[in-house]
Design a protein around this ligand. Structure first.
Ligand code: SF4
Length: 233
């Protein structure tokens, strides 16, 4: 089904029904990638609480916050469901750390992208292999580059359809949903961390700052992206 046809078919359905329709349409070839941010926790709840047939996976870079692992654990305990976890390729990460040490990403943008490629992008490629549809927790207001996004987009880079169920949600709507449904979320959220990635590369932001300004804060002009999404990760 083409993007337009799909959009038309689901336009009058509520969000859960939309996801069920899309899951049915892509029949086992649909995956949701979570990094346990607040938006991802909403999507996880939509999928798990409603038994929607969408595979939930995560990428463990090996450098995540302790608080993130706790959310991971609370989540699988709450829903009694498993989350398939992808790790970096052993040889690549051994070579990187052996040759450049554990903090090479602070030395140059090139080194930072090398680390992101090994720890995130290549595992993501494995997670998306054979899939036709990729569900994300991205919202349009999360950064300037994301304001033009739609719920259903074509991802030409990965050659699949991307579904962004929360594309038009505000942060308040996300938080109200989580609190209303008692969904676990990252305790760092209340300490100024609005976009939470790897621990050495994420810091808290001040009120009013761009959502992603706490990521790779030592870089000025890299676009603050790690290569996972056209719009960001
Ligand atoms: Fe490496 Fe930092 Fe990228 Fe994580 S965010 S993969 S630690 S460079």
């Amino acid at each position: 089904m083409e993007v337009d046809q799909l959009q038309n078919a689901i336009k009058d359905l509520d969000l859960v029904e939309k996801l069920k329709f899309i899951a049915n349409e892509f029949d086992g070839k649909i995956v949701f990638t979570t990094s346990f941010g607040v938006e991802d926790q909403v999507v996880t709840d939509l999928i798990f609480a409603n038994d929607i047939d969408i595979k939930v996976v995560t990428l463990d870079t090996g450098r995540l916050f302790e608080e993130t692992y706790k959310v991971f654990n609370f989540t699988i305990e709450k829903y009694k469901k498993s989350i398939k976890t992808y790790y970096p390729d052993t040889k690549s990460i051994e070579n990187l750390v052996s040759q450049k040490g554990p903090y090479s990403f602070y030395e140059s943008i090139e080194n930072r992208k090398e680390c992101c490629n090994i720890r995130k992008v290549e595992p993501l490629q494995r997670a998306l292999k054979g899939m036709k549809c990729w569900v994300t927790g991205i919202r349009a207001e999360q950064s300037n580059g994301r304001t033009k996004m739609e719920m259903i987009e074509e991802d030409h880079g990965y050659g699949l359809l991307k579904i962004n169920p929360l594309f038009d949600w505000t942060l308040d709507e996300v938080m109200n949903y989580l609190k209303g449904k008692n969904v676990p979320y990252n305790s760092l959220h209340h300490k100024g961390f609005l976009s939470i990635g790897c621990e050495p590369c994420t810091r808290a932001i001040q009120p009013g700052q761009d959502f992603r300004s706490g990521r790779w804060w030592w870089e000025n002009n890299s676009g603050k992206e790690c290569g996972l999404h056209t719009h960001g990760n």
